[in-house]
Design a protein around this ligand. Structure first.
Ligand code: ARG
Length: 246
């Protein structure tokens, strides 16, 4: 009886150890590499019909090509991306994601591939907001889990409303349900273009570097990604992608 109990115990310990090793590469299939993203962020990633396209997707295709693997895209909520990476559900995350100290505790980041900032959008006829200072005590829409949300939460007395999609925050702004939106510069321009009801302020609230996230300690993948980024700069492909999407 003791023996049986002992072996049951040791089997469960073994199982726990195996499970604990967790974070296996996402693609148990060696021919595939999985990119995690949130396709609500044009022109970096968005949907054209069923397909996810955009600047980040082009870069990912280059990474996959360099690895000799097929690219698979997992589109999910932005706030869940790093957890998915840690759990091994995706191999890397590219989502116009800003490198920051907090996230660096969880994952490793590539070299920066794009510089951006947070911009403020208001109703075109609103004369009460002319700078970030004027956002105190206002109702501000942001995308959940983003650096824009963090900025907004730092504003004194502001009521912050978090949306799954930045574009939805702009819709609520246009409908007068909120006073302002804080969102990354390029999506802001993209989603407000041609909308005369909205006005984007010139002030840049932040300076941010977009980087690609890989699981902590995966040096091999990180180096390959950095090399790919360097190569597409040198070959002129980076410039082509900019021209195509911006
Ligand atoms: N740059 C911001 C951040 O890192 C927003 C990124 C949102 N990206 C997206 N694909 N929805 O928090």
């Amino acid at each position: 009886m003791k023996k049986i109990i002992l072996s049951v115990v040791s089997i469960s310990i073994l199982a726990m150890v195996l499970v604990g090793c967790g974070a296996k590469p996402a693609s148990s299939n060696d021919d595939i590499i999985i990119m995690g993203t949130n396709a609500e962020f044009a022109p970096f990633e968005y949907r054209e019909g069923k397909e996810v396209v955009g600047f980040d997707v082009e870069i990912s295709k280059k990474i996959a090509e360099k690895l000799g693997k097929e690219l698979k895209i997992e589109d999910m909520k932005f706030e869940g991306l790093l957890a998915a990476l840690e759990a091994g559900k995706v191999d890397f995350v590219i989502a116009g994601m800003t490198k920051d100290k907090e996230r660096e505790k969880q994952v490793d980041f590539s070299d920066s591939y794009f510089l951006s900032s947070q911009l403020i959008t208001i109703k075109a006829d609103d004369t009460s907001i002319n700078s970030g200072e004027d956002l105190k005590g206002k109702k501000i829409g942001v995308q959940l889990g983003t650096t824009g949300e963090r900025e907004a939460r730092d504003i004194e007395g502001a009521e912050v409303i978090s949306f799954d999609k930045g574009a939805m925050a702009l819709v609520d702004l246009a409908n007068g349900k909120i006073d302002a939106v804080i969102l990354d510069a390029e999506p802001t321009k993209n989603y407000t273009e041609g909308n005369d009801d909205l006005r984007v302020l010139d002030e840049q609230l932040t300076e941010e570097e977009y980087c690609i996230a890989v699981p902590k300690g995966n040096k091999e993948l990180l180096e390959l990604i950095n090399l790919t980024l360097k190569e597409i700069q040198e070959s002129g492909e980076y410039e082509q992608f900019i021209n195509k999407y911006f």
